[in-house]
Design a protein around this ligand. Structure first.
Ligand code: C2O
Ligand code: CU
Ligand code: CU
Length: 509
């Protein structure tokens, strides 16, 4: 099937072809306002300065931890400061990031099921922000929705309790109306782990945390604004970073098993992960562990905002090394250029074997009980689409990104659900590019996917809060919301979300 049937009205000579890692970079500037009210997209310079060399090969850094300032058992209290920070990446210059507590990525929040978190956000940025607790079942008014902004210079405290059963790998990021994409690509995102006191993975299996982000760095060390192309296809940078580092190295002992928790914190890059000469054992997805390990997984497609937990077992000989890569993946495109992630294989991390072999640690055959949600009592059908906006035929043409034919309106309720009722949602993508669909407030279970007349049942029962809906594909999932109030659902290509590919679900009694 031709995924590029809908070609944007291009403007030859003014559309930069982003060549992805090692190639692109954007000098364009401007194009800063999403939505239909913005002025025509500026012309993008045809030549973009190439960046030479971030340092590679450093040992993988552990994520800094957000310290708990409470001495009370079961309480987690801390402050996140949204602020600008300068990091030395290129020689003779620094790069200004927007950050949490001056860390890029943000500090790790690491709590247990049952804990109550009280996290204060102090906004020292020149614009509004919020903190969204992506994937966590927190009450709507604590979820950092775009309708609850924190003004520059002010602060608020988010408070929520992590229920038993919520153990998993989550993350936090801003969710500001029309500025989520920018705040995230400038550095604001952090990992949020909820642990179970009865985690079935043996303690002898070391845990490694991999936060993958996408940085576009201009040759002067600055992080350029989105171009008109970025607003269409979603921004991709020229460096993929792991824990803020460029192609770092991770040590492993022959025979050792490690548990990797991996977050795709990029705005729009699809990571098709593979590790040379190794397979993964998949043990968890967005919302925590599977019922049982799935061994022998050669590659994992991690769409923006998705997380996985895998076991990597070092089966090669002492001194060996292997590279974790992102393989080519065609996510379609609204524009004229071949997407970077579509065309290239990108090294992310180098795994280096030590000389000292260790005895293998066996994994349990069962991880946790996981039952399919019951028979649905209500059904929803959502349509993702895009088209050229009215009155926006100037320059490169401005796409509209829509759900059910509408653009986000914070004052409108688009869908309603009843609390504690199982629903079946069909999300149909009628556009020529993939959209990672995300729903707030709970986790869902994908049932099947349909494409080109064929329906493929989902092979593994899993909890997810993001599912990729490929171009011209429909995805069916079951879901149940357990808290009253308004929840967001949207495309997690953050440029699309900022331009209105988002709706409001109200959960009613
Ligand atoms: Cu990770 Cu509504 O977002
Ligand atoms: Cu979310
Ligand atoms: Cu999208």
């Amino acid at each position: 099937m031709d995924r590029r049937r809908f070609i944007v009205l291009g403007t030859a000579g003014s559309v930069a072809v982003l060549t992805g890692c090692g190639g692109g970079g954007g000098g364009g500037g401007g194009a800063s306002m999403p939505g239909m009210a913005s002025s025509p997209p500026p012309v993008i310079p045809p030549t973009i300065p190439l960046v030479t060399g971030l340092t590679k090969g450093q040992p993988l850094a552990e994520l800094p931890r957000l310290a708990n300032t409470s001495a009370t058992a079961g309480a987690f209290e801390a402050t996140l400061v949204a602020e600008r920070t300068n990091v030395a990446l290129l020689p003779d210059t620094t790069t200004e990031f927007w950050s949490y507590n001056s860390e890029v990525p943000g500090p790790l929040i690491d709590v247990f099921e049952g804990d109550t978190a009280r996290i204060r956000l102090e906004n020292r940025l020149p614009q509004e922000t919020t903190v969204h607790w992506h994937g966590l079942p927190v009450p709507p008014e604590q979820d950092g929705n775009p309708m609850d902004p924190i003004a520059p210079g002010s602060s608020r405290t988010y408070e929520f309790t992590l229920p038993v059963g919520s153990a998993g790998t989550y993350w936090y990021h801003p969710h500001t109306h029309e500025h989520t994409a920018e705040q995230v690509f400038r550095g604001m995102a952090g990992l949020f782990i909820v642990r179970s006191r009865t985690d079935p993975v043996p303690a002898g299996i070391d845990e490694k945390l991999l936060v993958i982000s996408d940085l576009r760095l201009a040759s002067d060390g600055s992080i350029p604004a989105n171009t008109a192309m970025d607003w269409q296809n979603g921004r991709e940078g020229n460096y993929l970073l792991v824990n803020g580092q460029y192609q770092p190295t991770l040590g492993i002992n022959p025979g050792q098993s490690q548990r990797w928790r991996i977050l795709n914190a990029t705005n729009s890059r699809y990571l098709r992960l593979s590790l040379d000469q190794h397979s993964f054992t998949l043990i968890g997805t967005d919302g925590g562990l599977l019922a049982a390990p799935v061994p022998g997984v050669a590659e994992i497609l991690l769409a923006p905002a998705q997380r996985v937990e895998v076991i990597v077992t070092a089966g090669l000989t002492a001194g060996a090394s292997a590279t974790l890569r992102s393989l080519p993946y065609d996510r379609g495109s609204m524009g004229m250029g071949m997407m970077g992630s579509g065309a290239s294989t990108i090294p992310l991390l180098s795994v280096r074997y030590s000389q000292s072999a260790v005895l293998p640690v066996a994994m349990p055959t069962a991880l946790r009980p996981l039952a399919p949600l019951g028979a649905p009592v209500a059904y929803k059908h959502l349509v993702l689409s895009s088209g050229i906006g009215m009155g926006m035929m100037s320059a490169g043409g401005m796409m509209q990104f829509l759900i059910d034919g509408r653009s986000f309106d914070p004052t409108r309720v688009d869908l309603t659900s009843r609390v504690d009722q199982v629903e079946q949602w069909t999300v149909e993508n009628r556009s020529s590019m993939d959209h990672p669909f995300h729903l707030h407030g709970t986790q869902f279970q994908v049932v099947s996917r349909a494409r080109g007349g064929a329906t493929i049942p989902e092979p593994t029962l899993a909890w997810r809060d993001v599912v990729n809906v490929a171009a011209f594909e429909s995805v069916v999932f079951k879901v149940e919301q357990s808290q009253l109030g308004r929840r967001m659902y949207h495309c997690h290509i953050l440029e699309h979300e900022d331009q209105g590919m988002m709706g409001v679900l109200e959960v009613l009694a």
